[in-house]
Design a protein around this ligand. Structure first.
Ligand code: FAD
Ligand code: NAP
Length: 492
């Protein structure tokens, strides 16, 4: 039975390539209502993974209907709450996502938290297949003493704060000290360093929140250290972001040439993107800049530096024990080669005083529902190419599938792959048979629980409100940061 059931949902290849099933009338297809033929798919999360998975399914299956559930009242995940405000071009993917949402076969249901407002088993009951694309909602802890002190915060919370993520809107980081230390050397660390050091007037015409801009205007931070446990050949950031940092108005780089000894020979063997990145670091650390650049650096009032071969051991408290006053770092050396290069402590320690510690050692996914397998060590849903292990009809894509690394383009490729696997399973008859109610069933559950979903056209009203609020000050938008206010504006 199961092996034939995909035909019911009008798999596009079937009517052209196969005769009607034995015993059926020639116009068999016309006897099925649209509702019965519909392939009902649920996607959890409206970031790049959710939208790209939906896009693939809608394009490849003419009878697919995709409902995207999102816990925030607004869509787009890290494109709205992660991507830096001074990188507006990256957010153009929102146009593609909006086109997908406008398809008559796609719906967005915001303000619905899966695992709380509706369970995964309930979704699986209502849909032919469920795709979990809920990203990485947490940060990786350093697990060192003092991490809980005031004055320490995760880069994730800091990014959420300047980007208007509701849960971080009241963070108000203390920028009264002259030095900030960022632990980690990835692109998120560079984003955070850049926002801390960019002259606030350069951020005025971005979508950074009004509150964050106000705090940044009062900032006394002059120096930002980005600390890596390994060396220049192992940094996790990329060349475009490094170049932007080197050219940052009003700021100069601090690199220790000693960290780069012997590197010239080693870079010959590394892949080209890493080679170009390391050459840029090497040039910046060791070569005398052109006179104009030298003058720019000499007059810069702010600075950023990369501290290599230092592994965080403890956040040091202030004398009264009330807040962070520095970081104790273990000096390291490298062991192993290539990808396997590890940082090993030499036994030496170094203290780095600072007023603010930002840990930027990666994001982390959470388990969403007890019925869904979760690998808490790797922080992913165990899966094979997007098929959740041992749970037929359940899929995953994006950061929750492969871990919290990779840019939007990587997420797109991996989401298309998940969509492909789902459609292969459908074709092989591995998905449940017969019609499924989709949103109609979930709407009844949500309404009984007092949950009022936000539709895509609701979001477009909020979007228009944000754009209107930004207009007076020359910003592309002033983000709404309070979910209650958003719901009030929608009359919910
Ligand atoms: P997310 O974008 O996190 O989307 C997950 C969605 O699921 C969110 O909307 C979340 O609210 C929702 N959700 C979570 N839990 C639930 C639940 N229980 N129920 C319902 N919904 C839920 N890439 C680039 O290419 N360029 C950049 O400039 C760039 N900048 C970045 C800056 C930062 C700070 C970060 C962290 C990443 C950046 N990236 C950038 C990477 C890019 O954002 C990711 O590759 C991509 O967002 C991952 O997509 P995702 O859909 O898996 O996760
Ligand atoms: P990331 O690229 O994985 O970098 C994490 C950093 O933390 C690395 O330097 C890592 O060092 C360090 N680290 C991890 N555990 C540590 C520990 N216990 N102690 C000390 N250091 C530790 O993660 P990310 O910066 O959060 O970025 C996530 C993804 O988003 C990346 O793929 C990134 O490219 C992408 N992103 C892209 C952009 C952009 O395109 N502009 C902007 C932001 C983010 P080791 O290498 O030694 O582990």
């Amino acid at each position: 039975m199961a092996s034939r059931c995909w035909r019911w949902w009008g798999w596009s290849a079937w009517p052209r390539t196969r005769p009607p099933p034995a015993g059926s009338t020639p116009n068999f297809h016309h006897h099925l209502s649209t509702q019965e033929k519909t392939l009902q798919i649920c996607v959890v999360g409206s970031g790049p993974a959710g939208f790209y998975t939906a896009q693939h399914l809608l394009k490849q299956h003419p009878q697919a209907h995709v409902d995207i559930y999102e816990k925030q009242p607004v869509p787009f995940g890290l494109v709205r709450f992660g991507v830096a405000p001074d990188h507006p071009e990256v957010k153009n993917v929102i146009n593609t996502f909006t086109q997908t949402a406008h398809s008559g076969r796609c719906a967005f249901w915001g303000n619905v938290e899966v695992g709380r407002d509706v369970t995964v088993p309930e979704l699986r009951e209502a849909y032919h297949a469920v795709v979990l694309s809920y990203g990485a909602e947490d940060h990786r802890a350093l697990e060192i003493p003092g991490e809980e002190l005031p004055g320490v915060c995760s880069a994730r919370a800091f990014v959420g704060w300047y980007n208007g993520l509701p849960e971080n809107r009241e963070l108000e980081p203390d920028l009264s000290g002259d030095t900030a230390v960022i632990l980690g050397q990835g692109n998120v660390a560079l984003d955070v360093a850049r926002i801390l050091l960019t002259p606030p007037e350069h951020l005025e015409r971005t979508d950074i929140t009004k509150a964050a801009l106000g705090v940044l205007r009062q900032s006394r931070v002059k120096t930002v250290w980005l600390v890596g446990r390994r060396g220049p050949l192992q940094v996790a950031f990329t060349i475009k972001e490094l170049r932007e940092m080197i050219q940052l108005p009003g700021a100069r780089p601090i690199l220790d040439p000693a960290d780069f000894l012997g590197l010239q020979d080693k870079i010959k063997e590394v892949p080209r993107p890493r080679k170009r990145l390391t050459e840029l670091l090497l040039r910046t650390a060791t070569e005398k800049p052109e006179p104009e650049e030298a003058a720019r650096r000499a007059s810069a009032s702010r600075a950023w530096g990369l501290r290599f071969f230092r592994s965080p051991q403890q956040v040091l408290p202030s004398p009264d024990g009330r807040r962070a006053a520095g970081v104790r770092l273990a000096v390291t050396r490298l062991e192993g080669v290539g990808e396997a290069t590890r940082a090993v402590p030499t036994g030496d320690m170094e203290d780095l005083p600072c007023g603010l510690v930002l840990s930027s050692v990666g994001y982390k996914s959470r388990p969403v529902d007890p019925s869904v397998p979760f690998d808490s060590k790797l922080g992913v849903i165990p899966n094979v190419e997007g098929r959740v292990m041992d749970v037929p009809g359940l899929y995953c894509s994006g950061w929750v599938k492969r871990g919290p690394t990779g840019v939007i383009a990587t997420t797109m490729t991996d989401s298309f792959l998940t969509g492909q696997m789902l459609l292969q399973d459908l074709k092989a008859g591995l998905l449940p048979s017969g019609p499924r109610p989709g949103y109609a069933a979930i709407q009844a559950l949500l309404s009984g629980r007092g949950v009022r979903p936000v539709s895509f056209s609701d979001w477009e009203k909020l979007d228009a409100e944000e754009v209107a609020r930004g207009q007076g000050t020359g910003k592309p938008r002033e983000k709404l940061v309070d979910p209650q206010e958003m719901l009030r504006l929608l009359g919910h």
